[in-house]
Ligand binder design. Sequence first.
Ligand SMILES: [Zn+2]
Ligand SMILES: [Zn+2]
Length: 392
Amino acid sequence: MSDYKVVRTFHPVGQGGFYSERHNNFNIVYDCGAIPVSDAKPVVQAAFSKTEDIDVLFISHFDYDHVSAISTLQKNVRNIKQVVLPLLDEGHKNLLININRALSQNIIKLISNPQLFFGKNTDIIYVRPADNERKFSEENTENERFYDLRETPFYKDKESGRIEVDSGSVLSFGGIFRWVFVPYNYLNKVRSSQLINELSKAKFNVRLLTSDSFFSLKNITTPSKRRALKQVYSRIDGNVNENSMLVYSGPEKVNEDCCLCDECYDDCSFHRYFFHKAGCIYTGDCDLNKVNLGAIYSNFILNIGIVQIPHHGSKHNFFFNSLRQFWPDVTCPVSFGTKNKHGHPSAQVINELSQHGFRPLLINEKSDSEFVQNIQIWSKEAKRIQRKVGSF
Ligand SMILES: [Zn+2]
Ligand SMILES: [Zn+2]
């Protein structure tokens, strides 16, 4: 029997994100962290074992709450084979390094040199930013870019050894039917400029913060300066739109003669329905005012049964029109910590989802808030056998 199974889990880590999918023969993770990191550590340790690999780790963005437990994950599995992350420009990268150093958040190596952080047995795939979704979806239908993740060495740049792909590229492991991952790195210029404004108002030297990655080592050393920076940063984190890489994970196409439907039997439409709804969009902390999920993932609309609500249900990042097209029967997990100080999730967001017939699902640090989705797709052969057996 060659049926296909996916177990998708929204883990209860509190204020952060840790989502995983176990497929027949590969494992993926999207984001891995929380504030405090102690809420995430035991959950991450329990999710995988030392004899397992993570085939792909997707990182939405480099805020501490989404990456703080990656080193725990790394220690608790055999290998993380591939990491897919947003490509940052130098200025943004330097700023993140300086801020994280000043806040003593131990993720500088991850930001400054992912290859060094993960080691030589991991391939790093950078997703180039896109800032115009209309242009993107038009280009995309004409010129889809496919990457077989089993052949990554093939895509490495000969000189730099780097792998870069465009937003909207289709990544897949092949197989009897194609399960695909489609990352989209939206470049949010507003967030960076607001952060920069706030920093200069608080009299930090923005030019050096964005050009010299060691600036904070020499210049932001006193506790009061650190406190000032922390204040700016947490103000931004709670209220300002985010930069965050989206990923669609699901069946490649809604295909009328897919393996489930060409030999109809009574409950065919039921199976077909769940097959088509097996897709999920992971959104990290993206800003729905800036990205129209329906437009970006227009090729997959009928496949999508899960949309993660971004930024822990913050009202600042929510705009219902962005996901209107996915109705009906869409479940919307919201990850947050019950002790967060930002008021996440916003009651307004939860109400708006419910009123439009979406199902919000609250996931926090309590273990019984975990959400596990079991997806099973029958192959033609397995179905034929089942039908024969059933007819006796
Ligand atoms: Zn964030
Ligand atoms: Zn976050």
